[in-house]
Design a protein around this ligand. Structure first.
Ligand SMILES: Nc1ncnc2c1ncn2[C@@H]1O[C@H](COP(=O)(O)OS(=O)(=O)O)[C@@H](OP(=O)(O)O)[C@H]1O
Ligand SMILES: Nc1ncnc2c1ncn2[C@@H]1O[C@H](COP(=O)(O)OP(=O)(O)O)[C@@H](O)[C@H]1O
Length: 207
């Protein structure tokens, strides 16, 4: 259902203010930081802490978070492979809009399928936009021990079907820009690692 193109006879309409103009108005460059990992690995925790640190540095971010987005624009999607693919397709497009305005989009989705993440990356890179994949790497045993929402317990009890890591696959990134081993690093170290990468890539330079 999802990738079928039904919109025909539509033509892109250009404006007279460019992306570069928008970046100048905002004084910063846009980029997507794509956090991927198991439920409970720390995607949301890292994004929240990073947003706070970037705000301190005067950088505007917007967090797109799995649970939040699934309460709104993606409330019609479940957890079948097809629905997860459509979930990630929409998030990729939404993140791209934020980047186009000059905002740092921090996306926290399990995004278990490599092909879906690669599509989100391609969408950005074809448009000359930064896409930084951050693998929030946490062993299943540790994520299950944390179980911040009690979902692993329910999945083990068979109350949640197709639960990532238990009864559904997670395809780890092969060449992410950054790996955060959240069972070994502190939250402060994780935020510092992301900031260091953003600095190295010139993403935090004022425009
Ligand atoms: N079956 C199943 N598998 C995995 N996760 C489940 C499932 N059912 C509900 N949840 C809750 O939904 C959150 C994951 O949503 P995402 O949009 O990130 O998932 S995905 O990227 O489309 O795979 C996930 O949030 P996080 O724990 O923040 O990852 C869970 O709270
Ligand atoms: N080093 C760490 N980095 C991130 N989260 C951690 C770390 N150590 C423990 N945690 C805990 O792990 C849980 C991760 O939950 P959450 O951020 O919601 O994960 P996700 O968004 O990947 O589902 C939180 O309760 C958080 O406090």
């Amino acid at each position: 259902m999802t990738t079928e193109v039904k919109a025909t006879n539509v033509v892109w309409h250009d404006g007279e203010v460019s992306r570069t103009d928008r970046y100048r108005i905002l004084g910063q460059k846009g980029a997507t930081l794509w956090f991927t990992g198991l439920s409970g690995s720390g995607k949301s925790t890292v994004a929240v802490a990073l947003e706070k640190e970037l705000a301190k540095r005067g950088r505007l971010c917007y967090r797109l978070d799995g649970d939040n987005i699934r309460l709104g624009i993606n409330k019609n999607l479940g957890f079948s492979a097809e629905d997860r693919t459509e979930n990630i397709r929409r998030i990729g497009e939404i993140a791209k809009l934020f980047v186009d305005t000059g905002v740092l989009a921090l996306t926290s989705f399990i995004s278990p399928y490599r092909a879906d993440r690669d599509s989100a990356r391609a969408l950005h890179e074809q448009a000359g936009m930064e896409f930084i994949e951050v693998y929030v790497d946490c062993p299943l045993g540790e994520a299950e021990k944390r179980d911040p929402k009690g979902l692993y317990k329910k999945a083990r009890a068979g109350e949640i079907k197709n639960f990532t890591g238990i009864s559904d696959p997670y395809e780890a990134p092969e060449q992410p820009e950054l790996v955060l081993k959240t069972a070994e690093m502190s939250l402060d170290e994780e935020v510092a690692a992301v900031i260091a990468l953003l600095e190295k890539r010139g993403i935090l330079l004022a425009v």
